[in-house]
Design a protein around this ligand. Sequence first.
Ligand code: G4F
Length: 330
Amino acid sequence: MSRKALITGITGQDGSYLAELLVAKGYEVHGLVRRVALEDPGHRLRRITTVRDQIVLHAGSLESFPSLFQVVRQTQPDECYHLAAQSFVSYSFDDEFSTLNTNINGTHYVLAALTAAAPECRFYFAGSSEMFGKVEETPQAETTRFHPRSAYGISKVAGFDLTRNYREAYGLHASSGILFNHESPRRGYEFVTRKITAGAAAIASGKARELRLGNLEARRDWGHAPDYVEAMWAMLQQDTPDDYVVATGETHSVREFCEMAFSLVGLDYREHVVTDPALYRPAEVDMLVGNAAKARKALGWCSRTDFQSLVRMMVEADCCAAGVEPGNRR
Ligand code: G4F
């Protein structure tokens, strides 16, 4: 009999790649989606079109324990990947209340539903490098102290602690991935990498003239999302649940990302990128770079995509969508 997986957040970047990976591995894949997604499939289910006929979608909400409990009871999953969240850090400054409610209560409800209705199920929590925030050491590892700088980061620390406590108190096979930024052509346009690659393509095609960004000096450890969902799966194949940093070990600034993306379309970013103070965050995470030695040793995982290949892949996808040829290829 095939193993059953339940994915919350299946319509997002990571959920869609994970669904493809699990379908390819022969899993019976179930996804939790909002009812509105089922009513607007062309838009909201666009990332999962490749596997739409091979997965089962269930309407439910992170805000409703009864809906989560019912989906868990019906599906009886062997593995549950909890990816759904309000994941845009910037928005968490505009609405701390909904970010904390959705992210903390949603994680708690999923954990409680599994413990009550499918206690043998293995659980993955999508932790984040935003938990390190104002970093206390470099590179950041599983042992680095958390110092979150946003309601989003705080909600992820709470989810991480809830996950650990369900492991220790109730014996749930519950693991957290502390994932550093991971991108792809499926990234949402609100995140800086996609904003830059879509912006560069729009300017190259003559549809836009400038790109407004916030802090260009922030540094991130950017990897490729399909590589990262493999680490999620590997965590749940371990006999013992644990927490793992997933990162490339390289850091680059937003400015470097701009420079490379614009050069790939034959443009100089300095002539098009405008810094807008309104896009700065009230508290910034200046620098992130992860140490994934534990994941490498225990899971045999490593990042397979370097920074240049990642930027190129995203620029090419956005140029293709905008109908322009990427110029000046490196
Ligand atoms: O792309 P970002 O919005 O991603 P951020 O805040 O690092 O968070 C992402 O990665 C986390 C993993 O570490 C996830 F947990 C989280 O859910 C999300 O996926 O911003 C990256 C950096 C920031 O320092 C931001 O200040 O880019 C800077 N930035 C500069 N201008 C901008 C902009 N960010 C956005 N979104 N838009 C700008 O115009």
